[in-house]
Design a protein around this ligand. Structure first.
Ligand code: GAR
Length: 185
């Protein structure tokens, strides 16, 4: 059984969707949810779904010996789903081509530090974009710059608000993220 860890900083609806998808799989399973935010709703979701969770500080992540050891021992593949901190190089080197992220825009547009969640959708709206989408990519040393694995576009109309864009993007994420993870395992 391939053991997946999901990193998330907030609500964790993608984490929940991924956990549920792999609960039915004979190939892989989410064994650990990790968050840098002790108040993150994703921790309640993990508890509810009987998945072990772990909370750490930014400092723990960057002095990552302990965390790295635990991950090396206990997981095979790492998924970032709404995780807002930079993954340290040491961890990237321990899991080559085994850490992926989802970004709620068509990278390289609207990526980089500070570009997350509603900030992205607001910027898409402010720039009158005609389309946006999701990008699933490998994680490298720079925010949102790793090799792109998958993108899916959707149209944006004048009637869309940042919130309606966010809702459409979430739908795409729920549909495609688990399938793409499954293909990569
Ligand atoms: C998702 O839309 C994800 O793409 C985005 O945060 C949201 C988390 O939602 N990630 C980023 O913006 C990363 N730069 P969720 O907590 O409900 O899964």
């Amino acid at each position: 059984m391939i053991r997946i860890a999901v990193f998330a900083s907030g609500n964790g609806t993608n984490a929940e969707n991924i956990i549920k998808y792999f609960a039915k799989s004979t190939k892989a399973k989410v064994v650990l949810v990790l968050s840098n935010n002790k108040d993150a709703k994703v921790l309640d979701r993990a508890k509810h779904l009987n998945v072990r969770s772990l909370c750490f500080s930014k400092k723990d992540l960057n002095n990552s010996d302990k965390l790295n050891k635990l991950l090396l021992k206990e997981v095979d593949f790492i998924v970032l789903a709404g995780f807002l901190l930079k993954i340290p190089n040491s961890l990237i080197h321990l899991f080559p081509k085994k850490i992926i992220n989802i970004h709620p825009a068509l990278l390289p547009k609207y990526g980089g530090k500070g570009m997350f969640g509603m900030h992205v959708h607001q910027a898409v709206k402010d720039n009158n974009e005609k389309e946006t989408g999701i990008t699933i990519h490998y994680v490298n040393e720079n925010y949102d710059e790793g090799a792109i694995i998958f993108q899916k576009k959707i149209a944006v109309s004048h009637a869309d608000s940042p919130l309606s864009i966010a809702n459409k993007i979430h739908k795409l994420e729920y549909e495609f993220f688990p399938i793409i993870i499954n293909k990569l395992l």
